[in-house]
Ligand binder design. Sequence first.
Ligand code: HEM
Ligand code: HEM
Length: 233
Amino acid sequence: MKPTLAFVLFWLCSEMLLAQVASRNARLSVFSEQEPTSESVLEHRATAVLESDSLEQARKRRLLPKNISLMERAFWGENGVFRATGIAPLTPESRKEELEVRRIMLTSHQVAGIATLGLMIATVIVGQRYLDGDFTLYDTKRTLGNATTIAYMTTAAFSLFSPPPAVRRDEWNSISTHKLFALIHFTGMIVTPILANRIASPSGDYNQKVRLHQTAAYITTAAFSASIISLAF
Ligand code: HEM
Ligand code: HEM
C-alpha cells in the first residue's frame, strides 16, 4: 500500500512539476519567442525606416546647394511647388535637366538685361526732354516707360525663377554685389511706374509728382547700371 501511495504521490508531484515546467516554458516562450521578437522586429523595422528616411532626405539635400534663396526654396526646394506638383521631381536626372534650364534662363537673363538697359536709358533721355518742354514726346515717353517696365520684369523673372545651381559657395563675389544692387533697382522698378501713374491723376501737385517719379527713375537707373558694372569685378 505504501509503495502504491508513494508512487501516486510521486506521479502527482511529477505531473505537477511537469505542468509547472510546461507552463513556465509556455510563459518563457511568450517572452522569448513572441514579445521580444516582435519588439525587436518592430524596433529593427523602425530603425530601418528612420535610416532610409534620413538617407533619402540626405540624398535629396545633396542634390541641392546648401544655401538656397527663399524664391528657390519656394519653387525648387525639397518641398517646393515644382516638387509637390510632380513637375520636377527631386532626382539626379531631373536636376541634370534643371541645370541646363538654369543655363538657358541665365543667358536669357543677360540678353534681356542688356535690352532693358537700352530701353531704360532711352526712357530717361526722352523723359528728361519731355520735361524740358518737348511735349511731342508724350506718347514716346509713355510707350518707352511701359516697355522698360515689361522688359525689366522679364529680365528679373529669368533670374528669380531659375533652378538653383549644383553648388553655391559661401563667399562674397561679383554676383553677390550684383544681387545687392538688384534689391535697390527692383524696389525702384516697383515704385517708379506707380509714381508715373500718379502723375496722370488730377489730385496733387503736378510738378511735385513729376519730381518724385524723376528721382525714383534716376536712382533706379543708377543702381541698375551699377549692378551690371559690378559683374566686371
Ligand atoms: C532685372 C534686373 C536684374 C535682376 C533682378 C538680377 C538678378 C540676378 C540674380 C538674383 C542673379 C543670381 C541668379 C542665381 O545665381 O540663381 C543674377 C545673376 C546674373 N545676372 Fe542679373 N539681374 C538683373 C539684371 C542683369 C543684367 C542687366 C545683367 C547684365 C547683362 C545681368 C547679368 C547677370 C549675370 C551674368 C548673372 C550670373 C549668371 C550665372 O551665374 O551664370 N543681370 N542676376
Ligand atoms: C526707369 C525709367 C522710367 C520709367 C520706367 C518711366 C515710366 C513712365 C510711365 C509708364 C509713364 C506713363 C504714365 C501714364 O500712363 O500716364 C511715365 C510718365 C512720365 N514720366 Fe517717366 N519713366 C521713367 C523715367 C522718367 C524720367 C527720368 C523722367 C524725367 C526726367 C520721367 C518723366 C515722366 C513724366 C513727366 C511723365 C508724365 C507725362 C504726363 O503725363 O504728363 N520719366 N513714366
